[in-house]
Design a protein around this ligand. Structure first.
Ligand code: NI
Length: 183
């Protein structure tokens, strides 16, 4: 089932999300719905707050990038209760967008690698260092679980440039091709 996307201005996007118990009711269905919602909107990642749930669940689809990154062919994963323990000092800048912030794309500086813990879709625990494109997407998605959005991290001048657009978005003025909750 495709879930409605929550757009910039919705308070749930600014809340700190909670860890869930592994027997969280309907978890597998939620993960399946999140994959479907992300695919429908052509996203590479989706965090539960973006569908209105303040819980630590994220899905990532890097298979969509396989033409440019063949190593990610078949990469479709869910992350339950993820936490970032360490960030590398090494950083890089890349353009990002967000399904909850339609129509805005801006450069964001982030760590090149991160140390993460999480449970996978089979509830197996992981504790690892991640780099490359996955580290970029994880940092964006896991930020959603802290109530943070990529527009918080853009350069001050660019922030000034998109401020009006964001204010209108919060008031319901935006174009969005996929199912969403009206602001
Ligand atoms: Ni996002």
């Amino acid at each position: 089932m495709i879930l409605p996307m929550y757009i910039f201005g919705q308070p749930v996007l600014r809340k700190q999300a909670e860890d869930i118990p592994t027997d969280y009711p309907g978890l597998q269905q939620l993960i399946s719905d999140m994959f479907e919602t992300m695919k429908n909107a052509e996203g590479v990642g989706l965090a539960a707050p973006q569908v209105g749930l303040s819980i630590r669940v994220v899905v990532i689809d890097l298979d969509i990038l396989k033409d440019d990154y063949p190593e990610y062919a078949g990469f479709l994963h869910a992350y339950i209760n993820p936490h970032i323990l360490e960030f590398s000092d090494d950083t890089c800048t890349m353009e990002e967008g967000c399904l909850s912030v339609p129509g805005i794309h801006e450069n964001v500086r982030r760590s090149k690698s991160i140390h993460v813990t999480y449970l996978d879709e089979n509830l197996q625990p992981h504790d690892e260092w991640v780099d490359g494109y996955l580290a970029r997407v994880m940092q964006h998605e896991f930020d959603h679980l802290e109530g943070k959005l990529f527009v918080d991290k853009i350069a001050p001048l660019r922030k000034q440039m998109v401020k009006k657009k964001l204010m209108s978005m919060a008031k319901g003025k935006f174009n969005c091709a996929y199912k969403h909750k009206p602001n």
